[in-house]
Design a binder for this molecule. Structure first.
Ligand SMILES: [Zn+2]
Length: 665
């Protein structure tokens, strides 16, 4: 029998072959379809158990198989696996769409007996119903067809938006052959530009509009004329009047999203999205944005003035292509910070032990490596996580943690947390944290940058959200929470990285054993708050643009994205005609962040606020941690996050803690 379809205790990585995936996925889909059919055609009256709970577990085997396949495709892939995923993904999408648009299932859920449900069961029922409705299944036949056609057109348009933006991005390069044109650029930036030139079969240096090339150029190039050329080229992505016009794509996307929302009974697309978020409603979100904007605007103006003054010294009045450059100059004048100097204090192993022992202090967690559990790559380490309960002095099993810390060609870049299995009932989770920290060499351990220590803490925050979960249903466990709440438990952990008391527990120079000088940390924090008001305003501007597009009237087709954006943003620098963010705003037009861009700032407000209680009670205070575990981490998505937050903090979120952290109040 296919190894993937067997009932294993943990993923049998030592036995799985790439050939096993396709037949396993096909069989698991067939099994799930049979389970679904049994539910849909059940002759008994619908109950919570025979319908809602049955749906929750109908595709469990498929979920397990696909979790392994999809997770490995991210961190340990090969061409063959990529091809299998390309073939299997549409089948899995088709299956879930078929379920979510099955009217028989919807009717049964709708009519199921619901008198004696627990809070968690009530949430599961509501989520299930909402899932069906948001797929249009409750609509009359004709409208349901329209909804489906729109959804298909929308997914095509999103792909086209991304292709247009990428096409324009790749179409343009800045080719320099005179070394004098590189004035101000650090050597590594020049080297990368030289490599880029080689890729293009050109002499000299090539700069492109992709972030790793564009951002350093705009930050360091002393050549104002070239910065302007780069800026104008970047700003025209998706709006150059060629065959890749994202203005037209945006108009159609916005129109279709508005129509989808209207079909489902919402005033705007924003209302449709926000109903299923912690923020709950458009007026709440608008109040949040306005209040934060009012608080940071004076700081943003002040910071702009400082940058302006520096530029004026060089006889220039500030244009958008000058801001990054002069702001960087100001940063260097003020902080003179070498981020590399910190690395020797953060060897990976020591950082890991520091994080493990923090979780020991906070939640009584204990991590023990088990080399007998199969792994998919020799760099992966697996830990049994257990929790010591002080009331009766016993230890309970919490689950498995897979740490996969180093880059390799088969792994994508970045850092993330996923699960091979989520907690539910007595079943403990199996959680994976993947990072890309440099590998140790023969004589040097893996040394982390400070930002990487933060990354590690962040992902461990997600992992422990999953690990401390204590719910009945997997779809509500761990990190399965509202989208604008999921980053709170991870971001809150980053705060510990700035606490000398925590750093003192592990940060030592790997050769001399000297503790980390705390003035380094003060400097990092100060440098991190450089232009904090300005950057916050920028994020808010993007969030406001996102909202503007998803609340606007769409009857008049004459508008241009550029004008909508100009209206929505608070612009402190002159706007340049022909330059537009929206035509290249893939988060909201090419992917799933529509009406959700505000979430970055929202989560920051939450994490700063939550940490203020830890800071007040003591950062190792086990009672506070226990309250955080009990009221928030253990609850997953079983209770609305606004309620969870209130239960822990005793009040609604307040942006003061964030403003304080940014040094603005
Ligand atoms: Zn995260």
């Amino acid at each position: 029998m296919n190894i993937l379809l067997q009932n294993w205790e943990y993923p049998p990585f030592d036995k799985i072959k790439t050939d096993d995936y396709e037949p396993a996925v096909r069989e698991a889909i067939a099994e799930a379809e049979r389970n679904i059919e049994v539910i849909a055609t059940n002759m008994d009256d619908p109950t919570f158990e025979n319908t809602v709970e049955a749906l929750e577990t109908a595709s469990q085997r498929l979920d397990r198989v696909s979790a392994i396949m999809m997770n490995l495709n991210e961190c340990c892939t090969n061409e063959e696996l990529q091809e299998v995923v390309m073939r299997m993904e549409p089948l899995m999408t088709r299956f879930s769409m078929k379920v979510m648009t099955d009217e028989r299932l919807y009717r049964r859920v709708l009519n199921s007996e619901r008198k004696t449900l627990s809070t968690e069961q009530q949430t599961l029922l509501e989520n299930t119903l909402k899932g069906f409705r948001r797929h249009g299944v409750a609509l009359p036949e004709k409208e349901r067809e329209l909804f489906k056609r729109n959804a298909e057109e929308l997914s095509e348009l999103q792909v086209r938006f991304g292709q247009n933006a990428l096409g324009d991005l790749n179409d343009w390069i800045l080719h320099l052959t005179d070394e004098a044109d590189l004035e101000g650029l650090p050597q590594p930036v020049r080297d990368a530009a030289h490599d880029e030139a080689c890729n293009h079969d050109l002499d000299g240096w090539v700069f492109t509009l992709s972030a790793p090339s564009y951002i350093p150029f705009m930050t360091y190039s002393a050549r104002r004329d070239l910065r302007e050329r780069m800026y104008r080229a970047y700003g025209s992505i998706g709006g150059r009047g060629n065959g890749r016009d994202n203005n037209a794509v945006i108009r159609r996307i916005v129109q279709l999203r508005a129509e989808q929302a209207r079909l489902l009974g919402y005033d705007t697309y924003c209302d449709y999205v926000l109903e299923d978020r912690m923020v709950q409603s458009l007026p709440n979100l608008q109040r949040f944005m306005q209040e934060l904007k009012a608080a940071v605007l004076p700081a943003a103006r002040r910071e702009l003035e400082e940058v302006q003054n520096l530029a004026a010294g060089s006889g220039q009045s500030l244009m958008p292509w000058d801001f990054s450059y002069y702001s960087e100059q100001l940063k260097q004048q003020r902080y003179d910070l070498d981020s590399e100097a910190l690395r020797p204090y953060f060897p990976l192993e020591t950082v890991r032990e520091g994080i493990f022992s923090l979780y020991g202090k906070l939640y009584g967690l204990h991590f023990e490596e088990d080399k007998n559990i199969p792994v998919y790559h020799e760099d992966v380490h697996v830990y049994h996580v257990s929790r010591h309960l002080t009331d009766n002095d016993t230890s309970v099993d919490m689950g498995l943690l897979y740490l996969d810390m180093h880059p390799r060609p088969s792994k994508r870049s970045g850092a993330w947390m996923t699960e091979f299995r989520g907690q539910h009932g007595d079943v403990r989770p199996q959680i994976q944290v993947v990072c890309n920290f440099s590998k140790p060499t023969a004589d040097t351990p893996s040394l982390l940058r400070f930002s990487e220590v933060e990354t590690f803490m962040h992902e461990m925050g997600h992992a422990m959200h999953g690990m401390l979960s204590n719910v009945q249903y997997e779809s509500l466990s761990g990190t399965n929470v509202k989208r604008d709440f999921v980053e709170m438990p991870s971001q809150v952990m980053e705060n510990w990285c700035y606490e000398p008391e925590f750093l003192a527990t592990f940060a030592r120079h790997w050769q001399t054993g000297d503790p980390l000088p705390t003035e380094y940390i003060d400097k990092i924090r100060a440098a991190q708050n450089h232009m904090a008001g300005w950057l916050c305003l920028r994020q808010l501007n993007l969030g406001m643009t996102d909202i503007a597009f998803h609340t606007m009237g769409v009857e008049n087709e004459a508008w241009k994205a550029e004008d909508v954006e100009a209206q929505a943003m608070t612009n402190l620098l002159p706007r340049i005609p022909g330059c537009c963010t929206a035509t290249n705003f893939s988060h909201i037009f090419g992917g799933g962040y529509a009406s959700g861009y505000y979430g970055y700032k929202w989560a920051e407000v939450l994490d700063a606020d939550i940490f203020s209680r830890f800071k007040h009670d003591g950062i190792f205070n086990a009672d506070t941690a226990e309250a955080f575990r009990r009221e928030i981490l253990s609850r997953g998505g079983t209770v609305h996050p606004a309620t969870l937050f209130r239960n822990f903090m005793g009040r609604d979120p307040d942006n003061k803690a964030l403003l304080k952290r940014m040094n603005l109040i």
